[in-house]
Write a protein that binds this ligand. Structure first.
Ligand code: C2E
Ligand code: MG
Ligand code: MG
Length: 642
């Protein structure tokens, strides 16, 4: 009886324990992939420990037949599970369980060898076919021991076959690492068969798993630190895999559409906490309702619950529960925050079968007006608006290239002077396919793509050209208000840029008034502050647009040199409510006390004109006087009013 060397086993144990503890400490315990990886490591660890026990008994040449039998049998059984566990990990990693499940031959190949070897080992005390203890009580292989080898070989080949079939479904790096496990395992098995005293097989396996852990099981790549949910990368990978594998799944999409406002209101850290809270709620719900969903957080308030076909029946109810919860406020940092969440159920691949389309649908979901009802993607997708949003980038590019943009003007009335003293320039886009596209839809897209700078230049040039024209001089208009988007405000060379255009058309800075939204004004950004200060000292004046829509950071608003505050349309709508009337009256008083003038936006009725005049608001803008109209119409309109 040869003495076996346990050193490699001890090394394997160290590696496997580190892997196990490390995986748990990195919280990689959620989801099928992580769980099956943990399973592989645990089986390998247990099998190594049992082999150490068995080999120790052998090396001591003890005579305890019972212990020797138990040790060897349990080792052989547990060891039999290591390769099938690896296969299960691979199936989960490549998300191909559902494909292979359909193939009977595969299911048989997966279960039969394991079952056969377990039964044979269990029957061994009677049959002595696998091993027996010889006259000197030494462990000796039986005549059917080769069956165990054959089973292992089948699993090895099966694993390599799966790797080959799913080679296009996973990243190259994943493929490589899984390949390394097999190579380690095969090399170790060969060494061990040549030198039976060197127990290197489990060491080979442990080394392979270590490699997998370093290359694949990387939480930073897949898991969002704040919410502990899978992140965008993982979502995209999953979508690619599932579409390729023709897997059916359903997604509950939860978009917190007022995420940006919330972030400005409570700050970055607190909004992270809020997102974590939502994530925890969704996880708890997923468990309670036994939905079996994988949860993702795609940043900026977008959550996704991805549900397997077996649980489709529960999706609607769970979505309803989420919807109810989202309507209640969330407490964070002694503040109660109201969420506005659009919830949509989407079937894949029926509704969408393409990753890009799915991602852009997720973005467009943000722009769909909140109704409080759960949406079905199938209904939304029939909407032309969705097509339009998907094509928005090219619509904008096309409009820039083919002059589909124009500038309209909406007159602003001075209550004291009883005349139209200024106007707001508003961009218009007329697309060949979709007709007029609202700036509320294309401006955010243009801000993201950077097209906003070209659009901004176009508007300013048009306005300057108008101001420098002879017809304008006869209208008695003091200045034109031009909207400046957040992205433009952040531009380092904004001041030179604007002054260049003004100079080119010989327009005086006081003939222009730049409108900045409340959102922009609350972003604490040095560039923005510098830009505003430089432009102000050059003589350009600023208005604060849409006051009252966002969450005002009054301190910051006050710290910027606004000449005019534009009360948002919503103020004219809420006047029916007596309490809000108090808010309005006091807001107006406060603005006046700070020596700023007020433009009321969105005034549609004479009643409102009278009301705001009584409240001593200086300027009024709205459909009551005129909608935004093309330059020629505007000129005629003002001339007629003189
Ligand atoms: P805004 O700057 O607050 O512009 C006022 C919006 O209210 C305009 O919508 C205008 O048509 C609308 N409005 C005016 N009076 C009434 C009224 O009595 N009732 C109602 N219901 N609405 C009224 P529009 O033109 O669709 O523009 C929407 C937003 O798009 C603008 O809001 C502004 O933020 C942005 N925008 C428009 N033109 C430009 C531009 O040239 N550059 C940038 N960066 N943003 C622009
Ligand atoms: Mg405006
Ligand atoms: Mg406005």
């Amino acid at each position: 009886m040869i003495q076996k060397n346990l050193s490699f086993h001890y090394c394997a144990i160290i590696i496997l324990v580190i892997l196990l503890v490390g995986t748990i400490m990195r919280r990689m315990i959620k989801g099928r992939v992580n769980r099956s990886f943990l399973c592989v490591v645990s089986v390998a660890l247990l099998s190594t420990m049992l082999d150490i026990w068995a080999v120790m008994l052998d090396n001591q040449h003890g005579t305890d037949i019972f212990a020797k039998n138990v040790a060897h049998m349990s080792y052989l059984i547990v060891h039999g599970f290591t390769l099938p566990a690896c296969i299960s990990y691979m199936l989960n990693l490549t998300d191909t369980v559902h494909i292979f499940k359909q193939k009977r031959i595969f299911v048989a190949l997966l279960h039969v060898p394991l079952t056969v070897s377990v039964i044979m080992v269990l029957l061994n005390p009677v049959t002595h076919n696998i091993f027996y203890l010889n006259d000197s009580y030494d462990y000796t292989r039986g005549k059917y021991f080769f069956v165990l080898y054959t089973c292992a070989l089948i699993y090895l080949l099966l694993g390599i076959m799966i790797l080959f079939i799913s080679r296009r479904m996973i990243r190259k790096r994943y493929l490589l690492s899984l390949g390394v496990v097999y190579i380690c395992e095969i090399v170790a098995a060969v060494i061990q068969s040549l030198h039976p005293e060197l127990l290197v097989e489990m060491f080979g396996m442990a080394a392979g798993l270590l490699f997998v852990s370093l290359m694949i099981q990387r939480p930073e790549e897949l898991i969002d630190i704040d919410t502990q949910l899978y992140k965008l990368n993982a979502y995209i990978d999953m979508l690619h895999r599932s579409f390729r594998n023709k897997k059916r799944f359903r997604i509950i999409m939860v978009n917190v559409t007022n995420y940006s406002s919330i972030r400005e209101l409570i700050g970055f850290d607190q909004s992270k906490r809020l997102m974590r809270k939502i994530a925890q709620y969704l996880e708890a719900l997923n468990r309670e309702q036994k939905l079996g969903a994988d949860l993702y957080y795609l940043e900026r308030g977008k959550f996704r619950l991805v549900v397997d076909e077996n649980y489709f029946g529960r999706v609607k109810d769970v979505a309803a529960l989420i919807n109810e919860r989202m309507k209640e406020s969330m407490d964070i940092h002694q503040m109660s925050i109201n969420l506005v969440a659009n919830i949509c159920i989407l079937d894949c691949p029926d509704d969408i079968s393409d990753v890009e389309a799915l991602l852009s649908f997720g973005d467009v979901l943000d722009t769909i007006a909140f109704t409080g009802e759960i949406m079905w993607a199938s209904e939304q997708l029939n909407n032309t608006r969705f097509d339009m949003m998907r094509e928005m980038d090219s619509i904008i590019e096309n409009a820039l290239a083919n002059n589909h943009f124009s500038v309209y003007y909406q007159p602003i009335y001075s209550v004291n002077e009883k005349r139209f003293l200024s106007a707001e320039a508003l961009i218009r886009l007329k697309d060949e396919k979709y007709g007029f596209v609202s700036p509320d839809l294309f401006i955010p897209v243009a801000e993201r793509s950077g097209a906003i700078h070209k659009i901004g230049d176009f508007v300013l040039e048009e306005v300057c050209q108008f101001i420098s024209s002879d017809e304008y001089k006869k209208l008695g208009i003091d200045y034109i208000e031009v909207n400046l988007s957040v992205a433009q405000c952040m531009q380092p060379k904004l001041v030179e840029h604007i002054m260049n255009i003004l100079n080119r058309y010989k327009v005086r800075p006081d003939q222009i008034n730049l409108e900045i939204t409340e959102t922009a004004a609350t972003i604490s950004q040095q560039t923005l502050q510098n830009n505003i200060e430089k432009l102000t000292s050059a003589g350009v004046r600023f208005s604060l647009d849409d006051f009252g829509t966002g969450y005002s950071n009054m301190q910051r608003v006050v710290s910027l040199p606004f000449e005019i505050i534009k009360l948002d349309k919503s103020f004219t709508e809420i006047y029916d409510n007596p309490k809000l009337a108090i808010v309005l009256t006091n807001t107006i008083r406060m603005i006046k006390a700070m020596d700023m003038k007020i433009v009321v936006e969105g005034v549609e009725t004479e009643e409102m004109v009278k009301l705001f005049a009584k409240l001593e608001c200086e300027y009024i803008q709205g459909y009551f006087f005129s909608k935004p109209i093309p330059r020629e119409d505007f000129t005629k309109f003002i001339q007629a009013s003189m």
